[in-house]
Design a protein around this ligand. Structure first.
Ligand code: GMT
Length: 381
């Protein structure tokens, strides 16, 4: 099939999921056209069957706010027509679903009936989506999509609870690539430079927005460090980075904090970690936790949103209530103080991640694509 994928190009989970899905579809022979305002971060080399179309928003002085959604809709019209797409798959409701709807309506006037699928990722529903100023547009775009998927049962429930949805939503969990994306060898040099005396390594990856509760990450770290030598690796960047740094300075533990920033090869870095911390306030899925587990790193997390569908309590890691840093630190210590149990959890975390192997998830999307295209009666190019 000839598929257009619309996504955010940034480090955020939705863009990563969309890009990895597109790459896996392309490897199976589908023609994939990514449409975004910048080259997606995970699309950093040439891939057969993949094209990238950039949405260029010009800086016209009349506009205080550039109308990205309109430029995106125009781009979609153009790409659908000239690349003869069979289907659009948009990741994240705002503004991708409404732009796809607009493009669909424009194309109809030219005799082209292109279906679009919307995948809801989380913040489009739980944070941004609940802002009442977006509500009518999101509700409309969801209801008008030819199919809607959510990345967890929890997100599906949130969507049905907060929007007047009059259609079905299918849950298709996020996935992770194993075959052809094998984890790099354990980077002993990196491990030695981060933890020269064999200290245990805690890791956290995020965009450091308040929803990630980075303050809890450093509190857990301080509690664990009070009992045994350890290091905290922070990967990513964002508004609350200074919260973490300030806390560590004030508690005299900065020497054991390593902030790596927006590194691209997170799997190599995660490979040296012993535990992953994800104490988020809200999380529709927790792709970061899945990526850690795929690197064989157990997860100490909150039990909010879709996290329990990914991290199995007492198996791939532990779950605690949001904000219960005491329980999270105790769970971390229970693994750090028992090497055998830690190793067992590392294996189990990897096994749990395997359930989300993209090779298991891909056929579910392909089946959905086929159904949607057949439903529309679109002739496959
Ligand atoms: O978590 C973020 O801040 C980024 C956000 C995004 O839109 O990329 O992540 C959301 O989508 C991911 C991929 O489906 C999920 O794994 C994250 O849990 C979800 N974030 C939240 O729900 C806060």
């Amino acid at each position: 099939m000839n598929i257009g994928i619309v996504c955010y190009p940034t480090f955020g989970g939705s863009g990563v999921v969309a890009t990895e899905l597109g790459k896996a579809l392309a490897a199976k022979g589908h023609q994939i056209h990514f449409i975004s305002y910048r080259q997606p971060v995970r699309l950093d080399s040439f891939h057969e069957n993949i094209w990238y179309h950039e949405v260029n928003v010009s800086d016209y002085p009349l506009f205080d706010y550039q109308p990205y959604e309109l430029v995106l809709a125009s781009k979609l019209v153009d790409v659908v027509k000239y690349e003869q797409l069979d289907l659009l798959h948009v990741h994240y409701a705002i503004p991708h679903a409404s732009a796809a709807y607009m493009a669909q309506q424009i194309l109809k006037t030219e005799g082209i009936d292109i279906p679009f699928i919307t995948t809801l990722h989380g913040t489009d529903i739980t944070l941004v989506g609940k802002d009442s100023s977006f509500e009518p547009v999101i509700t409309f775009a969801i209801n008008q999509s030819n199919a809607v998927t959510a990345v967890s049962e929890s997100l599906k429930k949130d969507t049905l609870d907060h929007f007047k949805v009059n259609r079905s939503i299918e849950v298709i969990p996020n996935s992770i690539c194993f075959e052809g994306c094998e984890a790099p060898e354990l980077d002993l040099e990196l491990q030695k430079s981060i933890a020269p005396n064999g200290e245990k390594i805690l890791a956290h990856v995020s965009n450091f927005r308040p929803v990630k509760r980075v303050c809890d990450v450093v509190k857990i770290f301080a509690k664990v460090r009070a009992e045994m030598p350890c290091k905290l690796l922070l990967i990513g960047d964002g508004p609350d980075r200074h919260v973490a740094e300030t806390f560590c300075r004030e508690h005299g533990i900065s020497d054991d904090l390593i902030v790596l920033g927006k590194v691209k090869d997170t799997q190599r870095v995660l490979g040296i970690a012993d535990l992953f911390l994800l104490p988020s306030e809200s999380e529709s899925f927790g792709l970061a936790a899945l990526e850690a587990m795929a690197a064989g790193v157990p997860v100490i997390s909150s039990n909010t949103g879709g996290i329990p569908e990914v991290n199995e309590d007492g198996f791939s890691g532990y779950l605690s209530n949001v904000g219960d840093v005491e329980s999270m630190a105790n769970n971390a210590l229970s693994l750090f103080q028992n090497e055998e149990k830690l190793n067992q959890f590392k294996e189990q975390a990897f096994g749990q991640a395997k359930k989300f192997d993209i090779l298991n998830i891909l056929p579910i999307y392909e089946k959905l694509y086929k159904r949607v295209v057949e439903m529309k009666g679109v002739k496959l190019f």
